[in-house]
Design a protein around this ligand. Sequence first.
Ligand SMILES: OC[C@@H]1[C@@H](O)[C@H](O)[C@@H](O)c2nc(CNc3ccccc3)cn21
Length: 450
Amino acid sequence: MNEPGKDFQFPQGFLWGAATAAHQIEGSPLADGAGPSIWTRFAHTPGMILNGDTGDVACDHYRRWQDDVALMRELGLKAYRFSVSWSRILPEGTGRVNQAGLDFYSRLVDALLENGIEPLLTLYHWDLPAALDDRGGWLNRDSADWFAEYGSVLYRALDGRVKKWVTLNEPWVVTDGGYLHGALAPGHRSRYEAPIASHNLMRAHGAAVQAYRAEGAHEIGLVVNIEPKYPASDSAADAAAVDRAHAYMNEQYLHPALLGRYPDRLREIFGDAWPQWPDADFDLIRQPLDFVGINYYTRSVTRADDSYPLNAGAVRQPLGTYSETGWEVFPQGLTDLLLWFKNTYGDIPVYITENGAAFFDPPVAEEGRIRDPLRIDYLRKHLRAIHDAIEAGVDVRGYMVWSLLDNLEWSLGYSKRFGIVHVNYDSQQRTPKDSALWYGRMIASHGRHL
Ligand SMILES: OC[C@@H]1[C@@H](O)[C@H](O)[C@@H](O)c2nc(CNc3ccccc3)cn21
């Protein structure tokens, strides 16, 4: 466990980095021939995003990318996880390639490599081309072919310089937020559409991995958000609620990707809205992966409660510590879920591809400092939790803090700051927070003085 003053030894080659996503930081969504995405549309639909915020400017990274790479270098990052905007590459989603879009990411990758920073590229971080949404989007079974075509364009252009690829970021959030509850683009609310979109996302994942095996020569994986579920009591009803919530969030994507089948509970959960899937779909979805990315933020203490979907509701912990997004700070949950992952799916290499928290950060102090002790404490405790899992035999190969920069928090606009670097959205001034300086020192010591 975490004895004070313990000397932490992370594995040789452990990859220390930070993560972002295209729509959250780039701005300039329609520059240089890019097509609109569903998030460009969603943000310009009144009432969809807090305060009417949009990604039109964001962190202006599309224009400031060279300075941002220099900042990553100054902080001492060894890796950078970013996503590509599909509609910059294929403005209509398929067919015509926009060379200017490819050139942007090619230059970014070259700059990262020149600065000793390994790129981890996410193909899809929620920003589907609007032109494909007009053709049914993830509800259209052709989406698997669209996604494989998009991936192949990038594999041919960047593979070799990019050696770690991710197909999808968090299919659970895309489905739950974009098709069941409607809080995220494209804003659908249907228990019938959600399983279809979810299944096609996983078919698309499989098709993109298959295409990579034909075009690429390095590593590819899937990124999921998983959240350990703990029963609020020892009642049978709460245990059943935990099973439903666990199957719905944690097993719904890893089971088909790694085991070639869905958890049985999903048919119970969706009832008549759960289609009969063709067996061949699971041969497509289940492709050998080089790694799985896990995004961890919090846990959920769960009870049976029929006022919630799934008849499973989260119970706030009276003695818990919570971040600005209302997520409990619970590092032990990361150790627990890594052990669950290993015991359920075996020794597949794991990267923590997102971990972080939004706290209320004070304004930039006179001396230019931004004191964010809560974030330092959060990161330290979660890295120690990862170290515990590694000591217990889980093959964790790297850690990407969410996020490099304060950025557009989707429907919450710019109201939540996850960055280790503060962004003044008026001036676009970047100011490393104390957490960024701490993280850089931690990387330099390879975690020893965690
Ligand atoms: O919310 C923080 C980040 C977000 O900015 C990233 O784009 C996304 O990959 C991300 N995923 C989670 C994990 N969970 C989650 C749960 C419910 C709604 C949204 C995200 C947190 N985050």
